[in-house]
Design a protein around this ligand. Structure first.
Ligand SMILES: Nc1ncnc2c1ncn2[C@@H]1O[C@H](COP(=O)(O)OP(=O)(O)OP(=O)(O)O)[C@@H](O)[C@H]1O
Ligand SMILES: [Mg+2]
Length: 372
């Protein structure tokens, strides 16, 4: 990576140098994979699940085949089959080495096709299934193919709770039955809708009950993040004092995506010394850049919801939403607050975390608190 490139990534994964800490989480995941235990990896949004999966893969791929598949864009089981099959084929087979004809020998009932990715110019396998019958047969073929692999395969299915939105209610049981018959494949099921995931894996009447080890991804520690930030600024001849880093970490509530975004912005400032003033300017700039989005949220919410959102933002954390003092301070009525908070949680505008409500999007919270 060129020295001029911003070391604070705001998407994707590069290498361990640009990845802060997660030592324990990485070791625990690797241990589970090496010992034949599937894992459910959950956290609130934008805390670093996908990054962690890539980080773990960068270490596991020396000895194992690794497949990452994000099923967020899938709407039904046929979609799943297409997306899942495509990810597996393209990760485990090389389109330069295997012809479609050879693959037909492996897959009995479906035809992968080769197409050229317009963005990269690289060939990649595609799976075209349309009917339920085709899809079922293809899925069976894919799992048979996985079973036939000699080398251990590690598959991460990101946004796994998406299968609950499929019209095919049999999906959960079907996948579970295929998965439990595989001995050479380990799975990481990852997602941010914790209540859905935890119901799937901890409810005794559900197919995936207790079939995985549950890993919850919390915040990176303040110390580790501080060191990481100092290291990257210092190696690029920029100065930042401990006090400014503390302000930065507090303002972003140590929420990975927001820490990264602010650092990324701070890094692009022309000043060599990142003073309190420079930091403040960056924070204001971020809020200003997003303002159009924030105003559009107002139009999506009822007045009561918007007022409650503002009140929570002012407080930063609210542990008892029904407390008289809180209601009086913001002129909220107890009867509507219950309904509003539910709606705000459903829209992922507010989250209940560690015994308190707060605004899910940290920057939105800062904007609301400053603006109103
Ligand atoms: N340990 C880390 N060090 C530095 N940056 C990180 C780390 N983990 C994640 N990031 C960055 O933080 C951002 C959010 O991470 P990521 O996308 O992995 O979160 P997520 O939990 O998968 O989010 P979502 O729930 O939205 O899918 C990304 O820009 C990623 O590059
Ligand atoms: Mg993710």
């Amino acid at each position: 990576m060129a020295a001029s490139t911003n070391p604070f990534l705001i998407k994707g994964y590069l290498d361990k140098n640009h990845f802060c800490d997660r030592g324990e989480e990485t070791a625990r995941l690797i241990k589970a994979m090496e010992n034949g235990r599937n894992v459910t990896l959950s956290s609130i949004r934008r805390m670093g699940k996908t990054g962690l999966i890539y980080h773990v893969f960068s270490q596991l791929k020396k000895k194992n085949d690794c497949v990452y598949v994000d099923i967020m864009p899938t709407a039904d089981l046929t979609d799943f089959t297409r997306t899942f099959g495509k990810a597996i084929l393209n990760s485990l087979e090389n389109p330069y080495q295997k012809s479609v004809k050879q693959l037909l020998g492996i897959f009995k009932r479906f035809t992968p096709t080769l197409s050229i990715d317009p963005a990269t110019g690289q060939p990649s396998f595609e799976i075209s299934v349309t009917t339920t019958k085709e899809s079922d047969a293809t899925l069976e073929d894919i799992f048979n193919y996985l079973r036939s692999r000699k080398k251990k395969v590690i598959i991460a299915i990101d946004e796994f709770q998406q299968i609950l939105n499929y019209p095919e209610k049999r999906t959960e049981a079907l996948l579970r039955s295929y998965i439990q018959r595989l001995n050479n494949v380990e799975f990481i099921f990852s997602g941010s809708q914790q209540h859905l995931l935890s119901q799937m894996f901890t409810n005794a009447s559900r197919p995936f009950f207790q079939s995985t080890e549950l890993h919850f991804l919390d915040r990176i520690s303040k110390d580790a993040y501080r060191k990481f930030i100092i290291y990257h600024f210092a190696s690029n001849q920029k100065k930042i004092k401990e006090q400014e880093i503390n302000t930065l970490l507090e303002w972003t509530q140590l929420h990975t995506h927001y820490v990264q975004s602010l650092c990324n912005k701070l890094y692009t400032q022309p000043e060599k010394e990142l003073t309190h003033e420079v930091l403040n300017r960056c924070m204001q700039d971020i809020l200003l850049e997003n303002e159009t989005y924030y105003y559009s949220y107002q139009r999506l919410l009822t007045d009561q919801q918007w007022n409650l959102l503002k009140a929570i933002a002012q407080e930063e954390f609210v542990s008892k939403i029904n407390q008289r003092e809180f209601l009086n301070r913001y002129k909220l009525s107890a009867s509507t607050v219950q309904r509003s908070i539910k709606a705000l949680e459903e829209r992922e505008m507010v989250i209940y975390e560690k015994d308190a409500y707060r605004i899910y999007d940290v920057f939105l919270g800062r904007w609301l608190a400053a603006k109103f």
